[in-house]
Design a protein. Structure first.
Length: 192
């Protein structure tokens, strides 16, 4: 797997075959997937209007990678701030990170959506900023959804936006079974 910037460059390279550019977008999503791979992919494909025949709208791939990169830059900025803070804490003798920072190890999976067709519809950067702010302020996910601000009734995925408060560690096999037959249509860009 190549780096995000290298893959994003291949997506933007109009001299490449459309299929190669689509696969480069896939590499970008593998590097940064705030909703999980499938939900992030679905969000980008639907949001950018990527057609089944990629040559019908080659700019759609650029729109998709631009949105993903914008959100990734938000994530990278907070990661760099956190790294600087941890260096200061370690210099002061505090070697262990606090339990409140465990979400930072999810490598971008901060608004995990187990049902790939149910995810926030706003731009990724907006949702990533909101989720980071909610984590940093200590919002209780059982009282307020970190992604959309609604009040969930259980610890299941948010009924409004589909984000799971338990994160990617939650095992909810029923959702995957219900949606598995739809994934092929999404991958082939025939489902909207």
């Amino acid at each position: 797997m190549s780096s995000f910037p290298a893959s994003a460059g291949r997506v933007r390279d109009s001299g490449r075959a459309s299929r190669d550019r689509l696969l480069a977008l896939r590499e970008c999503v593998l590097c940064f997937q705030p909703y999980g791979f499938r939900a992030t992919w679905h969000h980008l494909i639907v949001g950018a209007g990527v057609p089944r025949n990629l040559d019908d709208d080659p700019r759609s791939l650029v729109r998709a990678v631009d949105e993903l990169e914008e959100a990734r830059l938000v994530w990278r900025a907070q990661s760099e701030d956190y790294a600087a803070r941890r260096r200061r804490e370690k210099a002061d003798g505090r070697r262990d990170a606090s339990r409140a920072d465990h979400w930072r190890s999810w490598a971008g999976l901060i608004a995990y959506c187990p049902d790939f067709e149910k995810h926030p519809t706003e731009r990724l950067a907006v949702v990533v900023r909101r989720v980071i702010a909610a984590y940093e302020s200590g919002v209780d996910p059982l009282v307020t959804c970190r992604a959309c601000g609604s009040s969930p009734t259980t610890d299941a995925p948010c009924p409004s936006c589909g984000v799971d408060p338990a994160g990617p560690a939650a095992s909810r096999p029923g959702i995957r079974v219900r949606t598995s037959y739809r994934w092929r249509a999404v991958w082939q860009r025939t489902a909207r």
